[in-house]
Design a protein around this ligand. Structure first.
Ligand SMILES: NC(=O)c1ccc[n+]([C@@H]2O[C@H](COP(=O)([O-])OP(=O)(O)OC[C@H]3O[C@@H](n4cnc5c(N)ncnc54)[C@H](OP(=O)(O)O)[C@@H]3O)[C@@H](O)[C@H]2O)c1
Length: 268
């Protein structure tokens, strides 16, 4: 792949993983449209990357106005070859403690808005001979995990959406990919979520490494990629013998409840 030919929109480019994707793609020569909600963070990233071809767009993905702003920015710079749907929020906490605002926030941000933005930008991508649509899911898009019901609902949905689209767009020139990291050291895992990972001894990857794996996936044009061992193994076992994973996770439940028995996080 010639990265110098790529014009790439990264949603959530100001976040832990998004920023690392931006750094690595910029270093390879891609032209970037950096998306986020925070002007200060976006300007700092643009300054750091120091490339006149890059630009940024401030928009709340959950609003039609925000998605239209992104669409017009893409049009202004003359199109797009790659869309990386990376923005997302956590829904950590026991389901019974959540309220409808939190349900809507997680599902709307992680799933509905991502689908809506893709719907708007797919015709722009398809104008290119070769284009790329990369959806950042999660291991929790394949394993239902206690204390992650809302997040799992959103990421299972995203995985199904991506798989359908991969098959639907086969041979069209638009390459569709699903990327599933495991726990990664970013602010999405702040507070009790991070404490739970420590208590369970869950491996946590660096966002820099995770972004590098995403870049490799795109270069190899792998339709699906799940990170981490034993997570990759559990994803496969869960698909074939879910009762084995039921037992393993139910054993963790007392520890999970100790950290997740509060209202679903509003902050992230
Ligand atoms: N960290 C992990 O353990 C992990 C594991 C598996 C998958 N993932 C996935 O990786 C992706 C990146 O997560 P991260 O860990 O880098 O989290 P992060 O550091 O919290 O970054 C999330 C990014 O999404 C943006 N965002 C959130 N809601 C938005 C909205 N309504 N409109 C526009 N932008 C919005 C944030 O912008 P603001 O700065 O304005 O909030 C931020 O740039 C997510 O899809 C996440 O589900 C993460």
């Amino acid at each position: 792949m010639n990265w110098h030919d790529q014009v790439c929109l990264i949603t959530g480019a100001t976040g832990g993983i998004g920023k690392q994707i931006a750094r690595q793609l910029s270093a390879r020569g891609a032209t970037l449209i950096l998306h986020g909600r925070n002007e200060v963070k976006l300007r700092a990233l643009l300054n750091e990357l120091n490339n006149q071809r890059h630009c940024s767009v401030i928009a709340d993905l959950t609003t039609e106005e925000g998605r239209n702003t992104i669409f017009h920015t893409v049009k202004q710079i003359g199109g797009l070859t790659m869309l990386i749907n990376n923005a997302g929020v956590s829904g950590f906490g026991m389901f019974e403690q959540s309220n409808i605002n939190q349900v809507e926030r997680v599902i709307t941000t992680n799933l509905t808005s991502t689908i809506a933005l893709t719907l708007q930008l797919l015709p722009v991508l398809k104008k290119q001979g070769q284009s790329y649509l990369v959806n950042v899911g999660s291991v929790y898009g394949s394993i239902g995990y206690p204390s992650q019901a809302l997040y799992c609902a959103s990421k299972f949905g995203l995985k199904g959406f991506t798989e359908s689209l991969y098959r639907e767009l086969s041979g069209s020139g638009t390459n569709v990919m699903y990327f599933a990291p495991r726990a990664t050291e970013t602010s999405i895992n702040a507070g009790e979520a991070s404490a739970l990972n420590d208590a369970l001894g869950t491996a946590v990857d660096s966002p820099e490494w995770v972004a590098g794996e995403l870049v490799k996936q795109i270069e190899k044009q792998q339709p699906r990629k799940t990170l981490g061992w034993p997570e990759r193994f559990f994803v496969k076992i869960n698909a074939v013998f879910p009762s084995i994973v039921d037992s393993a996770l139910v054993k963790q439940l007392p520890v999970i409840k100790r950290y997740a028995n509060f209202s679903v996080s509003e902050a992230k």
